[in-house]
Design a protein around this ligand. Sequence first.
Ligand code: GLN
Length: 230
Amino acid sequence: MTQRLGLPRSASGWVPGERMIGHARQPLPDIPSDAPTIGVLALQGDVLEHLRALQRVGARPVRVRKVEHLDGLDGIVIPGGESTTIGKLLRRFELWEPLRAALADGLPAFGTCAGMILLSRELDQAVEQQVLGAMDIVTRRNAFGRQIDSFEADLDVEGLDGGPVHAAFIRAPYVVTVGEGVEVLASVDGHPVLVSQAGRLLGASFHPEMTGDDRLHARFVEMARTARGA
Ligand code: GLN
């Protein structure tokens, strides 16, 4: 069931729209030498929370702002924010085509909220908006409607131990159509909100970096580690 709770809170006390500085001061673990290198697209959105979550689950997180930052990545996180803005910035920073090509070439990716929209094959809306086409999903932006455009929900996630994931949805999309190779891992009111594909792509409608539960980041880092070894 979903609840209307106003703005979601992160474990560090940060709420959307507030400056990050001063929050998220927890000590981070050392990075193991064999840690997978995971980029976080750092053009807009909640980059810092993703970087920290990745480090907590044993990855080596790096910011991606330039094409050369794509070199040597074992995976990439595309954060939430505003998918149209991130798309424009990807073009301005000349990252659109290299990122699209890297994804098409098999780079593991975890897209959260706007990030999942960008990973889609297509959008379910009249307005033209380009997407990267890495996942065989059709998504609908702002799909949960205005009156509940921010809410929290406890999600039962397929194959994830440790109980439901407490998830924060902020003007969130959901998945309208999934292709054959796409697995639906969690839904809200019958709408897919967590999907995976080919053992290397993960898309979430919500913000797993905000609620202090690192299990989905851990799962993605494992996916990237496995893909690296393959
Ligand atoms: N509504 C935003 C979009 O369409 C996504 C919101 C988010 O990432 N929190 O891009």
